[in-house]
Each structure stands twice: as structure tokens, then as C-alpha cells.
Design a protein around this ligand. Structure first.
Ligand code: ADP
Length: 281
């Protein structure tokens, strides 16, 4: 499956070049089957990572309002053992948060070895909403791209697999979803006049996002631009990319587990020998 994955800075990247629709050849039924298989694989990879404790996963989800961040999170988390998963949502910073540097509130939610952290919005808001709405001087936010790259490199050096997703929806699809929310009492809690106000600065957000992708795409923390007008395809791309990033580590985790298992067995056997406990195997 073709995934738009940005692994290095590219000053020419344009969001309009990526479709918000699934590719024509993609089939909803096949996607459902593939998603079931990926769910099983993700759970198995999670168990290996949990046991090996050499790596962690950070999933960053960004997107415009109604792009489906909640739905994508539900889908990934649904496949995993909740024991090792933490979801953090980043809204308007509190007074205390504003009194620290922009990464302060983020860094403490980075995942521990063996675990998953999923960010619903993230440190990128500090070069998105902050830039579009002039919430900080340009001299301040323009330095943040480098800080972000350094921060993500630090996480990566510590064994964190950083996977970033932009859920790419069209303006038309967003309008449809916002209107649907008004019709459905179960989603009425999501109604927010701000979502409509943000539509007025759609193009400014496009520019801000493009600068993010142009400047903060690296091999150790790539951006994935996810066609998100169809929820089934969005879920498939996200699951596929997470599995792909983890799969590279599978053999290493197995080796670590075998090694640790051997060391653990030797310790147990030595203890039994010392105590004269006979193993009834
Ligand atoms: P969501 O829209 O993700 O479902 P909310 O309705 O709580 O969640 O919106 C969170 C709001 O917080 C968004 O409008 C977002 O732009 C804003 N926000 C997040 N981070 C920052 C930040 N660092 N500075 C200012 N606003 C922020």
C-alpha cells in the first residue's frame, strides 16, 4: 500500500499534491480484512516490545478539526493491550504550562521503555495554532522547528520509535462532518463554534502545516500524510505505518527476550540447586 511518508526535509512539499481520498484501487472490504490481520500483528509486536523493554512508541496525531484524530486513536488503541498505552491530549496550555518552555508539558508524557504514548495534538500546535493566531512572536515560534527536531532526535536516541500522522481531510469533508455532528445527539458534545472559525483560516493552516512537513520530517521521526476523507482507509494507513515501523525491531526484541529468558532461567535453576529443590519437569 503506498503511504506518503516524509523522511527528510523537503522545501518543495505541497499538501495539495496529496489526495484526501483513498487510491482508486483500494477496497473497503479488503481493508477490513487487512486491518484485522494488522490488529493481531500489532498486539504481538506490542507484547515483544513490552517484554524486551528496549524501545517505546510515540504516535503523534495532528489534523484539522473533525479530521478523525479520536477515531484513529480508538482504532489503534483498540488493537493493543491497554496495560502499555497512554493517550495524552494537548489543548490550550494552562497558566503553569505557559510559564514553562513549550516542550515542558510534552516531554513528561513521552513513553517509557516498553510502552506506547499517543498524542492527540502535540508540540506541533506551538508552530501551528500559535503561528496562525499570532499567539507568540515570530522570533519565538520560528526557532521551534529546530527545537522540535532536536527533541525528537533525543527521544529516538533513547529508543523511542516516533511516528507522526497528519490526517488529511478536504474542506468539503470537514464541512460535512461538522454538520453531521449537529444532527446527532451522541456527538453534540463535540460542537464547538471554534471549528467554524478555524475554517476561515484554512489556507493559513495549510501554510503552517506545509512548513512543519518541510522542516520537521526526518528518518527517525517521519511524517505520514494520511488520506483521511474515508475513515476506513485512514485507519488502515495508520495501522499499517505503525506495524511497519515496529516490524523492523521484531528480531531484535526476540533476541533480547531470549537472552533475558536464558539469564532468568539460569538464576532460577541456580536458586533451586542451592535450595535442593528438584525440578519435576
Ligand atoms: P480537539 O479539537 O483536539 O478535539 P479541543 O476542542 O479541546 O480538542 O481543542 C484543543 C484546542 O487547543 C485546539 O483548538 C488547539 O489548537 C488548542 N491548542 C493546543 N495546543 C495549543 C497551544 N500550544 N497553544 C494554543 N492553543 C493550543
Amino acid at each position: 500500500m503506498p503511504i506518503t511518508r516524509l523522511t527528510k526535509p523537503d522545501s518543495k512539499f505541497r499538501l495539495d499534491d496529496v489526495s484526501t481520498d483513498p487510491p482508486r484501487e483500494a477496497s473497503k472490504q479488503e481493508a477490513a480484512e487487512r486491518l484485522r490481520d494488522l490488529g493481531k500483528e500489532l498486539l504481538e509486536l506490542q507484547e515483544l516490545m513490552w517484554g524486551a523493554r528496549t524501545h517505546s512508541v510515540l504516535i503523534v496525531l495532528q489534523g484539522r478539526d473533525a479530521a478523525g484524530k479520536d477515531g484513529a486513536i480508538k482504532n489503534v488503541v483498540g488493537a493493543l493491550n491497554p496495560r502499555g498505552v497512554a493517550v495524552s491530549s494537548f489543548g490550550v496550555p494552562t497558566k503553569e504550562e505557559r510559564e514553562h518552555d513549550f516542550l515542558w508539558r510534552i516531554h513528561r508524557h513521552a513513553p517509557r521503555a516498553g510502552e506506547f504514548a499517543i498524542f492527540n495534538r502535540s508540540h506541533y500546535e506551538d508552530v501551528l495554532v500559535v503561528r496562525v493566531h499570532d499567539l507568540a512572536p515570530k522570533s519565538l515560534w520560528s526557532e521551534r522547528y529546530d527545537h522540535i527536531n532536536d527533541f525528537e532526535e533525543l527521544l529516538s536516541e533513547h529508543g523511542t520509535i516516533v511516528i507522526k500522522f497528519f490526517l488529511h481531510i478536504s474542506k468539503k469533508e470537514q464541512e460535512k462532518r461538522l454538520l453531521e455532528r449537529e444532527e446527532d445527539p451522541s456527538t453534540a458534545w463535540k460542537l464547538n463554534v471554534n471549528d467554524w472559525k478555524e475554517r476561515e483560516v484554512w489556507d493559513e493552516y495549510t501554510e503552517a502545516y506545509e512548513d512543519v512537513f518541510r522542516r520537521c520530517s526526518t528518518r527517525h521521526a517521519p511524517w505520514h500524510i494520511v488520506p483521511a476523507d474515508a475513515k476506513w482507509y485512514r485507519n488502515l494507513v495508520v495501522a499499517e505505518a505503525v506495524a511497519e515501523a515496529m516490524r523492523d525491531h521484531r528480531d531484535g526484541w526476540l533476541k533480547t527476550l531470549e537472552r533475558n529468558g536464558r539469564a532468568g532461567r539460569e538464576e532460577v535453576e541456580a536458586y533451586r540447586r542451592a535450595k535442593g529443590i528438584r525440578h519435576k519437569g
